[in-house]
Design a protein around this ligand. Sequence first.
Ligand SMILES: C[S@@+](CC[C@H](N)C(=O)[O-])C[C@H]1O[C@@H](n2cnc3c(N)ncnc32)[C@H](O)[C@@H]1O
Length: 377
Amino acid sequence: MKPFVDFYRHNGISPVSQDISDRQRHSDRREALYRHLGLVPAWLVGRRVIEFGPGSGYNALYTLSLGPAKLVLVDGNPFGLKAARTLLGPEEGAARVEYIEEMVEEFERQERYDLVLCEGTIPFQLDPPAFLRRVAGHAGAGGVVVTTCVDGVSMLAETLRRLLATLLTSPEQTVAEKLAVLMPVFSPHLATLKGMSRPHEDWILDQLVQPLVGRLLSIDDAIAALDSGFDVHGASPHFFTDWRWYKDIHGSQRAYNDAARGAYYRNLHNLLDYRFVGDPRPVDENRRLLALGDEIFYLVQRYANEGRDQRILDAVQSRLSDLVRICRAAVPRTAEAFDDFQRVLRAYRATGRLATFEAFSACFGRGQQYLSFIHRA
Ligand SMILES: C[S@@+](CC[C@H](N)C(=O)[O-])C[C@H]1O[C@@H](n2cnc3c(N)ncnc32)[C@H](O)[C@@H]1O
C-alpha cells in the first residue's frame, strides 16, 4: 500500500484544503513558518523551487507570491494536482508553475533546486529516512530542504483520538459513514483550536480515518538521516537557540546538528500539548517519554490494521498510565487530560457507550514540527 496516495486516489479526494478566505492571514501564517525556518521571503525571488506532495497547492500559493523563477510541484495524487491547477491558475506568475503527476520515489531530474519543500508527506511513509534522503537529493549545494517531523510524543493526543475513532467505526463502513459518526465526537475538540485553518471534515479524514501504515520520523531521525550532507538551519516551533560565540563555530566545531538534537531531547515534553511550554528537562526522562509515546503509536497502528485484539488495548492503557506518571510533574494539566481520556476509554470498553470528554477535549499535541536544512557546499 502506498501511504497517502492510495487512500486519496481510491476516494477521489485531496483532504488538505485550508481556509484562505482571508488571504492576508494565510500569507502571514506562511511567512511566520518561513521565518521560523530561517527563510527570508525576499530570498525566494528568482529561486528554483520544488515542492514534493503539495496536495491542493494551498502552501504553494504563498511560495508563488514570493516570485520564484520556477515552482515545480510533484504529487502522486491527480485530484490534488487538479485542485492546485485551479487554485494557482489565476495567480500572477502561474506560467512559472510546473505540475508533475509522479511518485516521489520515481521522480528523476538532473536539475538541482535552491529550495526543496516537503510538508506533511514524509512521516508515515514506509521508510521515512530513505524518503527524506531522496527528496533532499534534489537540493543543489547551499540549497535549503524543508521537511516535517512527527514523533510518538507530538502525535500522542492524535493517536488516542485515532484509537477511539477506530473503536467507534468499522472497516466495512464507507468514508462518508465514518465521517458521520466521527464529526459530532471530534468537531467540538477541533473547535477549541483557535489557529485551525482546515475544515474539520478534512482533518478527520486525514488524521483519523486514513489508514496509517508507515512509520514516524522524529526530529532526531530526520537529523540522523541527513547528517552526512546537511546542517539543521531552522525549526518550527523554534525550539533551539545557540549560545556559542560565532568565532568558535568553525571546522569540526560547527556541530549544528548536535546542538539541535540536544535541544530536541531537552524540550521534547513540550511537544505533548500545544498549550504549554515548560523548562527543559533531563534527557533520560524525555527519552523514556518518547519510547512510551512511540510504543503507543505502533500499538494503536497494530490494533487498527491487524485485527482488533483486546490485549493491545490493555497494553495501550498500561503504557499510557506509565507515560502519565512521567508527565504529571512535567505538564500536570496534560496529565489530567490523559486521565480524562483513560476514563472515557475504560467506560467505553465496559459499556460500549461513549461518555462526554472533559479535560481531554482541548488537548492537542504539537503534531508536526518543521525543520530546515542547508546542503553543505
Ligand atoms: C498529507 S498531504 C500534505 C499536503 C500538503 N503538503 C500540506 O502540507 O497540506 C500529502 C501529499 O503528498 C502526496 N504524496 C504522499 N506520498 C507520495 C509519494 N510517495 N509520491 C508522490 N506524492 C505523494 C499526497 O498525494 C498528498 O498530496
